[in-house]
Design a protein around this ligand. Structure first.
Ligand code: S3P
Length: 444
């Protein structure tokens, strides 16, 4: 197996305190970049992706598509052209498809590959090999797919089954990855697929299918999608990733006394739960939306201005948890710096991300001396004006590493963070970006 996990020696050293100022454009959205590659791959004609996230996760998706016979060019660092091969145009890969650390790649590709005429096997790094895949396999099997896993975990061995059937599926958990895997399989299934979500999850797949010319009906939490539709290649402009901007939104609340501007950020409402959480805590955050393109499926984009604010602890409404799921690690850091108590429940999903993020955050907070209680599906904690420094184990999880780098703004001594190589999966250039706006992080 290859991938960046395992190169556990890379670490961050973050000096305590400091101020943030200036402006920043963080790299492109990971979820949208994966989807643009995949839909581009199965579309007819070419797809141009501008603002592509050249992070390890999306590069793993690009390599997998290349192994399936899709020609992909990269005329610039963040410019990609995908020469679509059409819905049945993939060719059998010569070897296992290695998706590194990328859960989105593995789950969405399982949906795309289940109805192909050939077999394929998906593997990944040590973290990905531990992650649950049954949630994707279950609905795909209802469609007639034949997939083997090891106790619900990778490797995912797919026996291509070209005659999948449409299903009616009610998702047991709000998961955009499961929803998207079913939609991608449904593209090559006979009949009309209906999906219902228990709560809204990110809707990039639905929007992008529309942008590629497919007809997709959405009403409330239900989606209806006819199989056999042909996608037309499109031009996808990827906004900056809200999940990467999140670290600087929290950092700005802690230390941007003159304000900090984050440019061109994707503000799809299925992603921006953190904005509402921080605003409920008293954050001074101003969203300046760009003019909408007019296209019905376009992703909304805004510049976001954040000013240092006195944060207060809150009880997080469970309905906001899926809308802030990837931002909860850094939200816990905001809560640790707020006055009073914060409670998060209904976040069991955090235990099956790139690491068990509840455990990872709780262990880190213990190191910093923040009073907290780890709960089965969340955490209670009491904020502090300042905390100690110390050594944090990121567990090879990019978002844990970046969240604790932000925590240094309130630490009395340096914070050292181990096993940070995977930051490159979602935020290549994090250290340089952080330093530009004043977060004193160094990679050792
Ligand atoms: C993602 C969906 C979410 C999120 C992940 C990216 C996507 O996962 O946590 O980082 O691109 O569809 P779940 O579908 O498991 O909630």
């Amino acid at each position: 197996m290859t991938g960046v996990t395992g190169s556990g020696s890379a670490r961050f050293q973050v000096a305590p305190g400091g101020r943030l100022a200036g402006e920043l454009t963080v790299p492109g959205d990971k979820s949208i970049s994966h989807r643009a590659l995949m839909l581009g791959g199965v579309a007819s004609g070419d797809t141009r992706i501008s603002g592509f996230l050249a992070g390890e996760d999306c590069l793993a998706t690009a390599r997998a598509l290349a192994a399936l016979g899709v020609a992909i060019e990269r005329p610039g660092e963040t410019e990609v052209v995908v020469h679509g091969v059409g819905p049945r145009g993939f060719s059998a890969p010569d070897a296992n498809l290695d998706l590194g650390n990328a859960g989105t790649a593995m789950r969405l590709l399982t949906g795309l590959l289940a109805p192909q005429r050939f077999n394929s096997t998906l593997v990944g790094d040590a973290s990905l090999m531990r992650r649950p895949m049954q949630r994707v396999v279950a609905p795909l099997e209802m469609m007639g797919a034949r997939i083997r896993t090891h106790d619900g975990r990778p490797p995912v061995e797919i026996r291509g089954t070209p005659r999948l059937r449409a299903i009616h599926y009610s998702l047991p958990v709000a998961s955009a990855q499961v929803k998207s895997a079913v939609l991608l399989a449904a593209l090559n299934a006979a009949g009309r697929t209906h999906i219902t979500e228990p709560a809204p999850s990110r809707d990039h797949t639905e929007r992008m299918l529309g942008a590629f010319g497919a007809k997709i009906e959405r009403e409330g939490r239900s989606i209806t999608f006819d199989g056999g539709q042909t996608l037309r290649g499109a031009h996808v402009t990827v906004p900056a990733d809200f999940s990467s901007a999140a670290f600087f939104l929290v950092a700005g609340c802690l230390a941007a006394d003159q304000g900090l501007l984050l440019r061109n950020v994707g503000v799809n409402p299925t992603r921006t739960g953190l904005l509402e959480l921080l605003q409920r805590m008293g954050a001074d955050i101003r969203v300046h939306p760009h003019t909408a393109s007019g296209a019905p499926h376009a992703e909304p984009v805004a510049d976001i201005e954040v000013h240092q604010s006195a944060l207060r602890g809150i009880t997080v409404p469970e309905s906001l948890v899926p809308l802030a799921i990837d931002e909860l690690p850094v939200f816990f850091i905001a809560a640790a710096c707020a006055s009073g108590e914060t409670l998060v429940r209904g976040a069991l999903e955090l235990r099956v991300k790139e690491s068990d993020r509840l455990e990872a955050v709780a262990t880190g907070l213990a190191t910093l001396g923040v009073e907290h209680e780890l709960l089965p599906d969340g955490m209670w904690l009491r904020g502090a004006q300042a905390f100690s420094g110390g050594s944090i184990d990121s567990r090879g999880d990019h978002r844990i590493a970046m969240a604790f780098a932000v925590a240094a703004l309130r630490a009395r001594a340096a914070i050292e963070i181990a096993d940070v190589a995977n930051v490159a999966t979602s935020f290549p250039g994090f250290v340089a970006s952080a330093r530009i706006v004043g977060l004193a992080v160094e990679q050792l």
